[in-house]
Ligand binder design. Sequence first.
Ligand SMILES: O=P(O)(O)OC[C@H]1O[C@](O)(COP(=O)(O)O)[C@@H](O)[C@@H]1O
Ligand SMILES: [Mg+2]
Ligand SMILES: [Mg+2]
Length: 333
Amino acid sequence: MTPLSLQQYLAREETLRGLDPQLARVISGISEACKTISSLVRQGALAGVLGLAGSENVQGEEQKKLDIISNDIFVEALVQTGAVCGMVSEEVDHVISVPETEALGPYLVAFDPLDGSSNIDINVSIGSIFGILPADRPKRVAVEADFFKPGRNLKAAGYCMYGPQTQLVLTLGQGVVMFTLDPLTGTFRLTREAVRVEREAKEFAINMSNERFWEKPVQRYIGELLQGKDGVRGKNFNMRWIAAMVAEVHRILQRGGIFMYPRDSRTPDRPGKLRLLYEANPMAMIMENAGGAATNGHERILDITPEKIHERVAVFLGAAEEVERVTAYHLDK
Ligand SMILES: O=P(O)(O)OC[C@H]1O[C@](O)(COP(=O)(O)O)[C@@H](O)[C@@H]1O
Ligand SMILES: [Mg+2]
Ligand SMILES: [Mg+2]
C-alpha cells in the first residue's frame, strides 16, 4: 500500500484529533517551501544558489545566498496560506509582517530557513526548522512581544532535512512522524510513525574544538564520556559532529544520543550559539514528543520565556538520561 501523503495525514489528523484546518494549511505551506528549497539544493551550482550573498544577518553572521533564497521562499509560502499573522526568521532582524493586501490568520511562525549554512557549499546535509505558535491576537499584525511565549505553547514544530533523502519531521504534540519526499512525484509520504529516543545513549555530538571555552559542568560531563570504559561511566561513547543541528537531531531520533551546544566564554554576553525561537524550541518539542529531553543546562528549554526574538540559548537535547545527567552537573549535583 502507498504510504499516506502529508496532505492525507493532515486530513486524518483533522478528522481524528480535531487538528485546526488553518494549522494544517500552515504546515502544508511550509512543506511546499521545503520542496522548493530541496529542489534548489539538489541543483546546487547549476541553480546558482551556492556561495556568499555578500551581506550579514542581524547576528553578525555572513549570509549565504541560500540563506536568503530559503528565507524568501518560506515567507512567500506562509503568506500564501492566509493563516499567519507574523513570522520570525533567523535572516531578518524584525518581525516579518504579512503584506496589507493579504489575509491575516491566527498563527505565528518562527523559522530557521536554512540550518547548517557552513555545509551548503560542500554538499553536506542541511535543513530548515520551524515552530508554530497560536497568536494571542489572531488576525492582528504581529509584534515582537507576541512571540515572547515559552515553547510549551507551540502547536506544532518540525524540520526538513535535505540529505541523501529529503525528509520532513513533524510533531503536533502527540508523538513524532517522518515523511520522505518522493522525488518522482514531489509528494511527502509518511515513512515513520511513533519515533522514540531511548533514555540511554552511547553517542554524543558537540563541537570539541571549543572545549577550553566551556563551563566546568560541561568539561566534567564530556571528560567522563571520553574516559569511556576506564572512567566513572564504565562504557565507551562514540562521537559525531555534522555541524548542522537538523542532521544531529535526525540521527538522534533514529539511533539515539545527545547533542550539545553549550554556552562558552568566547562570547560571555551570549548564553549559547543556537537561537531559542527557531532552533532550540522546535527541536525541544520534537525531542520531548519522542520521549527525549531538552534543557539549557538549568531548566527545560520549553519553559523559557523569550525576551528577544533572536535570543540565544545553550542546548542539551536527546536521550533523557544523558540530558538529566549533564543538567544535574550544572545544578552542582
Ligand atoms: O560552526 P559550529 O560550531 O560547528 O556550529 C554548528 C552549529 O551551528 C549551526 O549551523 C547554526 O545554524 P545556522 O547555520 O542556521 O546559523 C547549527 O546547525 C550547528 O549545530
Ligand atoms: Mg540554524
Ligand atoms: Mg540558518
